[in-house]
Design a protein around this ligand. Structure first.
Ligand code: PMP
Length: 416
């Protein structure tokens, strides 16, 4: 083995003890090797306990009650918002809107800002590496409003072609919507530059941060982004809770998304006055326990420090790429490592991605196989499916070794 084992920047064994699921065996005698955090992360007991505590001690509906539990629940929910705003470097908690997930956050922008600001013939710039969540909402709008969708192409190395982006900007787009980190290639896009270039031509920016906020320190004011979306479940938080961050002036100027309770100030039989932000965008009873759980997840990540998590994942991915590329017949997508987060998607010559995944599962190794909700990107690379191994704060170097050993087993089985 030629690869060198790097030093770890914090005690991963201690971190792993916080995640009860990591101690389980997939089958008797087969411990879990969880390499699917890009799809969803595991949850530490601090998050599980925060949610349990809320339901055991303070559960009530928020904003409307005057009894003790309602006040406690409201305070905890709003504290969660403030903690998340602080984590993102937002000017005010009012810029943090709770949604179900990244997908809903992007749809919210499309259906509110998009419907009021995009008109026939307007140009929207996306990229070829988008998750379906940041493609389909714009396609739906483009069909209805006759918009022109343009795409920044992806180079063979898995990077965005920024020269082409510069050329596309001459079309004076109204919106540039792009992913911060690709969930397939692992590419970390230069978001700050892309946003600055968009603003220079007067475009609004929408950042899909589903794969960046869980792994990096992301500061919305430093990025100067207009809208940013991410999901709680990919960052040690519960499912069913996501965030839309928005520039205050824009959030205040656009119409509500869903109609119902809480998003109104006053209602008459034939009219309503919308509430202030953020409530204007949170119709109905929200995911209260989940928001509190997400806040606990943020505190958990901050306690380790985002910088340490980033450094840890960087070491793992460097090691993983070295080891994976030793394997004859493997092709890893999205080089070079310097621009990559903890994601390695690959194909193994002569073996379908689903078969690779199924055989690895026998050894307790959880990877994902398929198009990872990025069909156009897979079409571009002319592969129907890839195998994706993804790493997070709790993964260890020896799990990379187990993955590599597992892939050799697949090769033996399929004589590839
Ligand atoms: N964008 C990216 C880059 C993603 O990786 C994902 C999740 N795979 C999403 C959007 C959608 O996230 P969710 O399913 O939580 O809405």
């Amino acid at each position: 083995m030629s690869a060198t084992v790097p030093a770890i920047t914090y005690n991963v064994d201690l971190v792993r003890q916080d995640f009860p699921i990591l101690a389980r065996e997939v089958r008797p005698g087969v411990p879990l090797v969880y390499l699917d955090s890009t799809a969803t992360s595991q949850k530490p007991r601090q998050v599980i306990e925060a949610v349990t505590r809320y339901y055991s001690q303070s559960n009530a509906n928020i904003h409307r009650g005057i009894h003790t539990l309602a006040e406690e629940a409201t305070a905890q929910y709003e504290l969660a918002r403030a903690n998340i705003a602080n984590f993102l470097g937002a000017q005010t908690p009012r810029q943090v809107i709770f949604t179900r997930n990244t997908t809903e956050s992007i749809n919210l922008v499309a259906q509110t800002w998009g419907r009021t600001n995009l008109h026939r013939g307007d140009v929207v710039i996306l990229t070829e590496m988008e998750h379906h969540s940041n493609l389909v909402p714009w396609q739906m709008l483009a069909t209805e409003f006759d918009l022109k969708l343009e795409f920044i192409t992806v180079t063979p190395d898995g990077l965005l072609d920024l020269d082409e982006y510069q050329r596309l900007l001459s079309l004076t787009p109204k919106l540039v919507a792009f992913t911060h980190v690709s969930n397939v290639l692992g590419t970390i896009n230069p978001a700050k530059d892309i946003i600055k270039m968009a603003h220079d031509v007067g475009a609004i920016t929408m950042l899909d941060a589903a794969q960046s906020v869980p792994h990096y320190k992301v500061d919305v004011q430093d990025l100067d982004v207009d809208f940013m979306a991410f999901s709680g479940h990919k960052m040690c938080g519960p499912t069913g809770i996501g965030v839309l961050y928005g520039r205050k002036s824009i959030l205040e100027s656009i119409p509500p998304f869903l109609g119902g309770g809480d998003m109104i100030k006053r209602v008459k039989l034939r009219s309503f006055v919308p509430n202030e932000i953020p409530h204007k965008f949170e119709a109905g009873t929200p995911a209260i326990g989940e928001a509190i759980g997400l806040s606990a997840a943020v505190a958990y990540l901050q306690n380790i420090s985002m910088e340490a998590i980033t450094a840890h994942e960087k070491e793992i991915i460097h090691y993983a790429l070295e080891r994976l590329e030793e394997i004859p017949g493997i092709a890893v997508f999205g080089r070079p490592a310097a621009h990559k987060c903890g994601v390695a998607s690959f194909i193994l010559q002569g073996v379908h991605a689903h078969d690779v995944s199924q055989v690895l599962d026998r050894d307790g190794i959880a990877v994902r196989a398929g198009h990872h909700c990025a069909m156009p990107l897979h079409e571009k690379f002319q592969v129907p499916a890839t195998v994706r191994a993804s790493f997070y704060l709790y993964n260890k170097i020896d799990e990379v070794d187990r993955l590599v050993d597992g892939i050799y087993k697949v090769k033996t089985l399929f004589k590839s």
